[in-house]
Design a protein around this ligand. Structure first.
Ligand code: WQD
Length: 335
C-alpha cells in the first residue's frame, strides 16, 4: 500500500517505517523535526537498504500538505505527528491543543480532498480514566488527566465523528501503553531532548554516566513492591501493531480502538533489575516522593488486538532493556 507516515522520523514512527518498508509498502514520510533528528532518515535507509521519500514539513501547513498529496498517491495515513510530553502539556496547554488538533484537522482536510479514506492514529493509554482498574479494556471509561491526554481523546472523537458522517472513511485508534527499547541494529531508538521524562531513557542515561542516579517516584503504591506498575512493550512490537492495523483493517468502515500492550505489569524496580541483568551494570537509585498524576497500575488487556488484528507482543522486557542499552552506547557512532 501507499502509506504517508506523519512524524515518521520520531521514535515510534521510524520503527514503524522500517517495518512497512520491509513489507514492501511504499512509504512517504512527513516530519517537522520538532521531536526527531534529521539523521534518522539516513538511519532508516541504512537499515532497509532503500531510499526514503521524506518531506521536512509541518502537518499544520496546509500548503505543504497540498503539495505532498498532489505529488503522491496515498492509500492510508499513519498519524504519529504531535507533541507528547505530559508535563510540558500541563505547562503549555495552548501549544498542545493548537499543534496536535490543528495538524490533525489539516491532515484530514488534505486526505478528504485527495480521496484518502484511511487513517491509523497514534493514540495512548492516557485516554483511559484513572478511575478504571487495570487491565484496561477498550470499552472502559475515557477521560484524560492532562492536556496531552485530552488532545489524544479529542482526536479520537474527531475521527469517530468523521467516520460516522462519512461511511467511506475508516480510522484505527491504537492506544499505546509504555513503549520501550530500540531497533536491534543500534541505529534507531529513543533520543529524548533534555532530561528524560520516561523511566527507561532515564535509566539509560544513568547507565552511561549522563545522570548520577535514578529517582524512583514513590514506593508506597498498592503494588507488590510499592513502586509504579506499567505495561512496557517493545517498540518493534508496537511498530508491528501498526502494520497489522494497516493490513488487517483496510477499508473497515467506522473508527475502532485497540490497546497495544503486553497485558503484563512490570514495576519500576523490576524494570531497573531487568536493565541491570541486561547491561551487567548497577543502577544507583533513590526513592523520592510520588510524581503528581501518577497512578499505581496501568496495564492493558490486549485481547481485542490479538483477536482482530492477529497481533501479539513477543519481545521480553529483558530484550527491550538490552536493545535500549545497545542503542544508548552506539547512538553517537558515525553512520
Ligand atoms: C513509568 C513509571 C513513574 C521516571 C508516560 C505518559 C504516557 C505515555 C508513556 C505517551 C511510573 C516511574 C518514571 C523516573 C520513575 N506516553 N518513573 N522515575 O508515566 O507511565 O506514561 O509515558 O503516550 O502518555 O504518561 O511513563 O516512563 O514516565 O513512568 O520512578 O525518572 O516509572 O512513576 O510509575 P508513564 P513513565
Amino acid at each position: 500500500m501507499n502509506v504517508l507516515v506523519s512524524g515518521g522520523l520520531g521514535y515510534i514512527g521510524s520503527h514503524t517505517v522500517v517495518e512497512l518498508v520491509k513489507r514492501h509498502h511504499d512509504v512517504v514520510v512527513v516530519d517537522n523535526l520538532y521531536n526527531a533528528d534529521a539523521d534518522v532518515q539516513l538511519r532508516i535507509e541504512k537499515i532497509t537498504g532503500k531510499k526514503l521519500t521524506t518531506y521536512i514539513a509541518d502537518c499544520a501547513d496546509a500548503e505543504a500538505m497540498e503539495k505532498i498529496f498532489s505529488s503522491h498517491k496515498v492509500d492510508c495515513v499513519i498519524h504519529f505527528a504531535g507533541y507528547k510530553a505530559v508535563g510540558e502539556s500541563v505547562r503549555k496547554p495552548l501549544m498542545y491543543y493548537h499543534n496536535n488538533l490543528l495538524s490533525t484537522l489539516v491532515l484530514l482536510e488534505a486526505m478528504k480532498k485527495h480521496n484518502v479514506h484511511q487513517m491509523v492514529f497514534s493514540s495512548s493509554a492516557t485516554v483511559y480514566s484513572p478511575e478504571n482498574t487495570s487491565p484496561f479494556r477498550e470499552e472502559m471509561r475515557l477521560a484524560a488527566t492532562n492536556p496531552y491526554g485530552w488532545t489524544k481523546l479529542m482526536i479520537e472523537r474527531i475521527l469517530t465523528d468523521y467516520a460516522t458522517a462519512d461511511p467511506s472513511f475508516s480510522a484505527i485508534l491504537l492506544r499505546y501503553f509504555n513503549p520501550i527499547g530500540a531497533h536491534d541494529s543500534g541505529l534507531l531508538g529513543e533520543r529524548p531532548v533534555g532530561i528524560p521524562n520516561n523511566l527507561l531513557p532515564y535509566i539509560c542515561q544513568v547507565a552511561d554516566g549522563t545522570r548520577e542516579k535514578l529517582s524512583v517516584f514513590g514506593d508506597d503504591y498498592a503494588t507488590p513492591d510499592g513502586t509504579g506498575v506499567r505495561d512496557y512493550l517493545h517498540v518493534v512490537d508496537l511498530a508491528l501493531g501498526h502494520v497489522a492495523a494497516l493490513e488487517k483493517m483496510a477499508n473497515r468502515p467506522g473508527a475502532h480502538a485497540f490497546n497495544l500492550g503486553t497485558g503484563k505489569g512490570t514495576s519500576v524496580l523490576e524494570l531497573v533489575h531487568a536493565f541491570e541483568q541486561a547491561s551487567h551494570l548497577t543502577i544507583p537509585y533513590v526513592v523520592t516522593d510520588r510524581r503528581p498524576g501518577d497512578i499505581d497500575t496501568v496495564v492493558a488487556d490486549p485481547s481485542k488486538a490479538e483477536k482482530e488484528l492477529e497481533w501479539k507482543a513477543t519481545h521480553s522486557i529483558e530484550e527491550a532493556c538490552a536493545s535500549a542499552w545497545h542503542f544508548q552506547q552506539h547512538v553517537k557512532d558515525s553512520l
